[in-house]
Design a protein around this ligand. Structure first.
Ligand SMILES: [Zn+2]
Length: 378
C-alpha cells in the first residue's frame, strides 16, 4: 500500500468511526463494526510499516544523492560557483595592491617596482574598474587611453577637413588615415593590454601580442604618409620603401606572436626589434637627403621633425629596455614616472611630432600644387 492510499484510509482515532479499537472487546468476532475496525487498524499498521520502510529506503537513497537530491559532485560544483561569485565580488571592490614578491610568475615583469601591483583578478569587470584605482598600471593605462582619444579626435577632424585644402583629397586622406589607424590601433591595444594584464596568464599573453603588434602598426602607418609626400614625384622608390617596411612590419608582428617574446628576459630584444623597424627609415631618409640636398631636406622635407620624432621614440625604447629611472630608485617609482610610463608618454609625443611633420609636408604639397619638376624631385 502506498502512503497515499494509506492516507485515504480512516485512522484509528478518526471521527468517521463510531468505535475505537480500544472499545472493541478482545474477541469481538460477533461485532461487525469491531471486525471492520480491527481490519482497518491492521491495514493501518501494515501501511505505516510499509511507509516507514519506504522512508528508510528514501533516506538511504538521499544518503547517496546528498542534500536536495544532488550528488556530492553537484554540491561541490554549486559550492564552487558560490565561492567564485563571492571572490568576484571581492575582486571588484575590495582588492588591495600587493608587493612584487608575492605576484605569480606570469605577473612578474619589473622587479624594480616593489609595491603597488594589482593581484591576479580573473574578472574583466574588475580589471576595467581598476582603471580608476591607483596601482603600477594606472599611468600606463591612462597615458595611452587619453592618447588614443586624442588621436581619434584629431583623425576625425582631419578626415572632415574641406577637400579644397588637398591636391588629391581622397588619396591624401587615405594615406594620412593610415597613420591615424596605426596610432589608434597601437594606443588602444596598449591601454587594453595594461587594463586586462592581471586577468589571467592566457589573457595577458593574448593581449601582450596585440600590444606588440600595435607598435608595428604605428611604425608602418607612420611610414605611409611620410614616404608618400617625401617621394611624391618619385613613385617607384616610394613604392619599394613601402613594400619593404610592410614586410619588416609583418616580420615584427610574426615574431611578437612567439610566447618567449613577451618574457622579461627578452625586454632588450623587444626594444631592439621595434627600434630596428623604425630605423629602417634611415635608408629612405638618406635617399631623400642625397637627392634633395640637406637644406631642402631640413626645410621642405621636415627632417627636423622627423629627427625629433626618432629621438623621442628611441629615448623611450632605451628607458624601457634599461628600466630607468626605477633601476636607480627601486620602490620609489612604483606608481608614477617609472620607465614604462615615460616610454608611453614619449610614444604619444613622438606620434604627435610625426603628425605635425606630415601635416607640414601636406601643406607644402598643397601650396606647391600637384606638379613635379622634370628631375623628379620635390
Ligand atoms: Zn605599454
Amino acid at each position: 500500500m502506498s502512503p497515499r492510499e494509506k492516507a485515504d484510509l480512516p485512522t484509528s482515532g478518526s471521527s468517521t468511526s463510531h468505535l475505537s479499537t480500544a472499545e472493541c472487546p478482545s474477541h469481538s468476532g460477533s461485532v461487525p463494526e469491531c471486525d471492520d475496525k480491527k481490519r482497518v487498524s491492521e491495514e493501518d499498521d501494515r501501511g505505516r510499516k510499509e511507509e516507514e520502510t519506504e522512508e528508510e529506503e528514501e533516506d538511504e537513497r538521499n544518503g547517496d544523492e546528498g542534500f536536495m537530491g544532488m550528488t556530492p559532485l553537484l554540491q561541490a560544483h554549486h559550492a564552487m560557483e558560490r565561492m567564485e561569485e563571492f571572490v568576484h565580488k571581492m575582486w571588484e571592490g575590495r582588492w588591495r595592491v600587493i608587493p612584487h614578491d608575492v605576484l605569480p610568475d606570469w605577473l612578474k615583469d619589473n622587479d624594480f617596482l616593489l609595491h603597488g601591483h594589482r593581484p591576479p583578478m580573473p574578472s574583466f569587470r574588475a580589471c576595467f574598474k581598476s582603471i580608476f584605482r591607483i596601482h603600477t598600471e594606472t599611468g600606463n593605462i591612462w597615458t595611452h587611453l587619453l592618447g588614443c582619444l586624442f588621436f581619434l579626435c584629431l583623425g576625425l577632424m582631419y578626415m572632415f577637413r574641406p577637400n579644397m585644402s588637398f591636391v588629391a583629397p581622397v588619396q591624401e586622406k587615405v594615406v594620412i588615415g593610415m597613420f591615424f589607424l596605426g596610432a589608434i590601433l597601437c594606443l588602444s591595444f596598449s591601454w587594453l593590454f595594461h587594463t586586462v594584464y592581471c586577468h589571467s596568464e592566457g589573457v595577458s599573453r593574448v593581449f601582450s601580442k596585440l600590444d606588440y603588434s600595435g607598435i608595428a602598426f604605428l611604425i608602418m602607418g607612420s611610414f605611409v604618409p611620410w614616404l608618400y609626400y617625401s617621394f611624391y614625384c618619385s613613385p617607384q622608390p616610394c613604392f619599394i620603401y613601402l613594400i619593404v617596411v610592410c614586410v619588416l612590419g609583418l616580420a615584427a608582428i610574426t615574431v611578437s606572436q612567439c610566447d618567449f617574446f613577451a618574457t622579461p628576459q627578452y625586454r632588450g630584444v623587444r626594444a631592439g626589434v621595434f627600434v630596428g623597424l623604425g630605423l629602417s627609415g634611415v635608408v629612405p631618409t638618406l635617399h631623400f637627403v642625397i637627392s634633395e640636398g640637406l637644406i631642402k631636406a631640413t626645410t621642405i622635407g621636415q627632417m627636423g621633425w622627423l629627427f625629433l620624432m626618432a629621438t623621442l621614440y628611441i629615448t623611450g625604447a632605451c628607458l624601457y629596455a634599461a628600466r630607468i629611472p626605477e633601476r636607480f630608485f627601486p620602490g620609489k617609482c612604483d606608481i608614477w614616472f617609472h620607465s614604462h610610463q615615460l616610454f608611453h608618454i614619449l610614444v604619444v609625443a613622438g606620434a604627435f611630432v610625426h603628425f605635425h611633420g606630415v601635416s607640414n609636408l601636406q601643406e607644402f604639397r598643397f601650396t606647391a600644387g600637384g606638379g613635379c619638376t622634370e628631375d623628379g624631385n620635390l
